[in-house]
Design a protein around this ligand. Structure first.
Ligand code: PEP
Ligand code: MN
Length: 337
């Protein structure tokens, strides 16, 4: 249930409502919006008796939240959420391009790619430091050293960086170096990790699990908001279907569905879905046309020699070409890159 406060409700009135909710044995999570503050009641297993809440000062109404997910729902927060990273706004209409190698391999590699992708219009640099690999014998990333290289990219080029967090132990370390923390598809339902990340105030990018429904994905995102972190970005990166001609099937319709039911921004990762560089441009264009708030694309100057995910990485000329091709597509749907 949602307790919607009047427009002119005071902070003290919001606090009194939360106290009353706690007295009922639940938790109240405030969701401040542009027009109003709503307080989402969580922790109830059945219907909530709202009679004690309705009589409190500043309360406008109570509304039943019909979905399994609550905090990410548009019922709770009708206005779209915009996430600001430096002077970049994710979810504000202009698609935000995030690009870089699957894994940081050296300082020189990271700086070279970052310079080039930035020049062609990418606003955020991606680079894996800790890699969640299917096999324990595959390259696991340069870890701490990669974080230092990401910090160098950030300080030399002034471009924010995103990197993946794979376990609880390294959250603090990664949060010191990264502007956005990525939760990979394989960790979408690592609830212990999500709970810890919810305590941060850094933006978190939550990828969709390999076989997760949109409802499971949005409900997992609720974990990230539960402790007060509201800077959450969703990322569709393809799901496993019966189709085996492509690594994962991109659920383009999830962009519309997520925007309908949630206030969070959603971007698309065409690289991990495609598994092959040749498919990346089409998927990227479809995503921008369908209203995605951005893209996360793997780029490597020499994909044949990449330590990981070379086949799906665009080389630099291909990335530059894609950026040029995306612009008219964005314009055709009233957006710009
Ligand atoms: C990645 O972005 O490097 C990655 C491992 O992606 P995913 O979690 O989508 O497989
Ligand atoms: Mn990768």
């Amino acid at each position: 249930m949602l307790v919607v406060m009047k427009n002119n409700a005071t902070e003290a009135q919001v606090k009194a409502v939360i106290k009353e909710i706690e007295g009922m044995g639940y938790r109240g999570v405030p969701m401040p919006g542009a027009q109003r503050t709503a307080i989402c009641i969580v922790g109830n297993t059945g219907p909530v008796d709202d009679s004690g809440l309705m009589i409190l000062e500043g309360v406008k109404e109570t509304v039943r939240v019909t979905k399994q997910y609550k905090l990410v729902s548009r019922e709770t927060h009708p206005q779209p959420t915009t996430i600001t990273v430096g002077d970049i706004n994710i979810g504000a209409g202009k698609p935000v391009l995030m690009a870089g190698p699957c894994a940081v391999e050296s300082e020189e590699q990271a700086l070279t790619i970052a310079r080039r992708v930035k020049k062609s219009g990418a606003e955020i640099f991606r680079g894996g430091a800790f890699k969640p690999r299917t096999s324990p014998f595959s390259f696991q990333g340069l870890e701490r050293d990669a974080l230092k290289m990401l910090a160098k990219v950030k300080s030399d080029l002034g471009i924010p960086v995103i990197t993946e967090v794979v376990d609880i132990q390294n959250i603090g370390l990664i949060a010191k170096h990264a502007d956005i923390l990525q939760v990979g598809a394989r960790n979408m339902q690592n609830f212990a990790l999500l709970k810890e990340l919810s305590k941060l105030r850094h933006p978190i990018l939550l990828k969709r699990g390999l076989s997760a429904t949109v409802t499971e994905w949005l409900t997992a995102a609720d974990y990230l908001l539960a402790e007060g972190n509201r800077r959450i970005i969703l990322c569709e990166r393809g799901i496993r279907t019966f189709e085996d001609s492509i690594r994962f099937s991109v659920d383009i319709s999830s962009i519309a569905v997520v925007k309908h039911f949630s206030h969070l921004p959603i971007i698309v990762d065409p690289s991990h879905a495609a598994g092959h560089f040749a498919y990346v441009p089409s998927i990227s264009k479809a995503a921008i046309a369908a209203g995605a708030d951005g893209l996360l694309i793997e780029v490597h100057p020499n994909p044949q020699e990449a330590l990981i995910d070379g086949l799906q990485s665009l080389n630099i000329p291909n990335f530059e070409r894609l950026m040029a091709e995306l612009r008219p597509i964005a314009e055709a749907v009233g957006r710009y890159i």
